[in-house]
Design a protein around this ligand. Structure first.
Ligand SMILES: Cc1ncc(COP(=O)(O)O)c(C=O)c1O
Length: 421
C-alpha cells in the first residue's frame, strides 16, 4: 500500500547529542512511542541529578555544608518550577509525587462544602479524588460545547446550591486519551464569572506547550515530573495559598510543624509548602524537574511545538491512510491537540497488537483504556459508529511523541500497522 506522508521534517536545531539539555536518553534500536505514560529522561534532568549526587544530604535538616547546599537546591527548584508555570507572588509550589498526588492533596484541602465540577472525559486522577456531591458533566462534542456546558452548570449550581459555598472546576489541559486540548482560558473565564476556582491537570499539556497560571487566570495547576522528562519521582501542585494554609496537613509528621508540645494534640502546623510536605522530601526529583523546567524555559518552545505538530500530522495522516485503523477522538478531527493519538486496529485485540509491535518491531506503545475508562469506552463506541465497523476491539492503542521522537520512528509504526491490514 502507498502512504501519503508529509514532506520530511527539518531537524530540530540541537547541540550534539549528549550536550543538548533537551536531548533525551534512550536505548538504540528501541522505539519509544509512549511518552504520554512516562517520557524519557532529558539530559538536563540526568545532568542535574549527577551533579548534585556527591553533595546529597538532608534538606531543611542539617547545618553542614552538604545539607545547606541541598536545602538551597531544593528551594531554588521550587522557585524555578513556580516560574515555569507562571506562579503568582503568594502562590504555593508544593512538591508531590506526581499529578495524582497533587490533585489528592488539593482534594483534601478543599474547604468544607466545596462542590467540584469536572467533565467525564478526565483521567481517573482528576475524577476520583473529588468529594461526594461533585458534579461530573458529560463529555462535550467540542471545546465551545465544554465552555457552554460549564457556564450552564455553574449558573445552575449558583442558583440551586447554597450560593456562598466554594466551587472548584477541575479540567485537564490536554486529554491523555486523544491529546485534544481543552479550552482552559475560556473555562477559567467562565469559572471566574461564577466566582468558582479552577484547577488544571497539566500532566499532558505541560510537556508539549507552555502553561502559565497567571496568563490563563487559573487558580491551581498539577503536573508530573516523569511526564516532563524528569523521571525522579517528583510532581507539583501550584496555586493559591489560602485553602492550602487553612487545610489540615496532607501528611502529618516532621517538617510540617511550627511547634509540637508535650500533650498529644498540642501541634501548631507550619504554613506555606512545608505544611503539606512532611517527611524528608524528594530532593533529586525536585532538582530534576526544575532542570527540565529551566531548559524548556530557555528553549524556543514555538519551534519545538511546531516540530511536534508536523510529526503528529505525519503520524495521523499515516494512520488515516490505513483502512483497518480507526482513530479515537472527542472533538472534530482538526481540533488542537498535543502529540498523542489513540486508535484501534479493526479485527485485532489491542493488547496483542501492542505485544506484536514490541516483539516484532521494538516499538513501545500503550494499550488499554488509559486510566480514563469512561472516556475511552465512550470513544470506542463512537469510533465503531463513525467507521461502521463491527469488529473493533474493546480497548485501544495509544502512540505518543515528544522531544526525542523522529520521522523514522513514526514511519516505522505506520509501516508496522500497515502490515496488519
Ligand atoms: C491527564 C492526566 N492526568 C493525570 C495523570 C496522572 O499522572 P501520574 O500517574 O503521574 O500521577 C495522567 C497520567 O497518565 C494523565 O495523563
Amino acid at each position: 500500500m502507498t502512504l501519503t506522508l508529509a514532506p520530511s521534517l527539518p531537524a530540530r536545531p540541537t547541540r550534539p547529542v549528549g550536550t543538548d539539555p533537551l536531548g533525551v536518553l534512550g536505548v538504540p534500536g528501541q522505539i519509544n512511542l509512549d511518552y504520554a505514560a512516562s517520557a524519557p529522561c532529558a539530559r538536563a534532568a540526568a545532568d542535574a541529578v549527577a551533579e548534585l549526587l556527591p553533595w546529597y544530604a538532608s534538606v531543611h535538616r542539617g547545618a553542614g555544608a552538604l545539607s545547606r547546599r541541598c536545602t538551597l537546591a531544593y528551594e531554588r527548584a521550587r522557585q524555578t518550577v513556580g516560574d515555569f508555570v507562571g506562579a503568582r507572588a503568594g502562590d504555593h509550589v508544593i512538591f508531590t509525587r506526581n499529578t495524582t498526588d497533587a490533585l489528592n492533596l488539593l482534594a483534601r484541602a478543599l474547604p468544607a462544602g466545596t462542590t467540584v465540577v469536572t467533565f467525564a472525559g478526565e483521567h481517573h486522577a482528576n475524577l476520583l479524588p473529588w468529594p461526594r456531591g461533585s458534579v461530573r458533566l458529560p463529555v462535550p462534542e467540542s471545546p465551545a460545547g465544554a465552555v457552554r456546558a460549564l457556564d450552564a452548570a455553574l449558573g445552575e449550581l449558583r442558583r440551586d446550591a447554597r450560593p456562598g459555598l466554594p466551587v472548584l472546576v477541575a479540567v485537564a489541559g490536554a486529554s491523555n486519551v486523544t491529546g485534544e486540548r481543552w479550552p482552559v482560558a475560556e473555562l477559567a473565564r467562565v469559572a471566574r464569572r461564577h466566582a468558582a476556582r479552577i484547577v488544571v491537570d497539566a500532566a499532558q499539556l505541560a510537556p508539549h506547550a507552555p502553561v502559565d497560571l497567571t496568563a490563563l487566570d487559573v487558580d491551581y495547576l498539577a503536573l508530573s515530573g516523569h511526564k516532563l522528562y524528569a523521571p525522579f519521582g517528583a510532581g507539583v501542585l501550584v496555586g493559591r495559598s489560602d485553602w492550602l494554609d487553612a487545610a489540615p496537613p496532607y501528611l502529618a509528621g516532621g517538617g510540617a510543624t511550627g511547634h509540637v508540645g508535650a500533650a498529644t494534640h498540642d501541634v501548631r502546623w507550619a504554613t506555606g509548602p512545608a505544611r503539606h510536605e512532611a517527611g524528608t522530601p524528594n530532593l533529586l526529583g525536585a532538582v530534576a524537574l526544575a532542570a527540565v523546567c529551566a531548559a524548556l524555559g530557555g528553549a524556543d518552545r514555538d519551534a519545538l511545538h511546531a516540530r511536534e505538530q508536523r510529526l503528529l500530522a505525519r503520524l495521523r495522516t499515516g494512520l488515516a491512510a490505513l483502512p483497518h485503523v480507526v482513530e479515537l477522538r472527542t472533538f472534530a478531527p482538526d481540533a488542537p491537540r498535543v502529540g498523542i493519538v489513540s486508535f484501534v486496529v479493526a479485527g485485532r485485540d489491542s493488547a496483542e497488537v501492542a505485544a506484536h509491535l514490541a516483539g516484532a518491531h521494538q516499538i513501545g506503545v500503550r494499550d488499554g483504556l488509559f486510566c480514563a475508562h469512561p472516556l475511552a469506552r465512550r470513544l470506542l463506541t463512537e469510533a465503531a459508529a463513525r467507521s461502521g465497523r463491527r469488529d473493533l476491539p474493546e480497548t485501544a492503542l495509544r502512540a505518543s511523541i515528544g522531544l526525542g521522537s523522529t520521522v523514522a520512528e513514526v514511519d516505522r509504526l505506520v509501516a508496522a500497522l500497515a502490515e496488519l491490514g
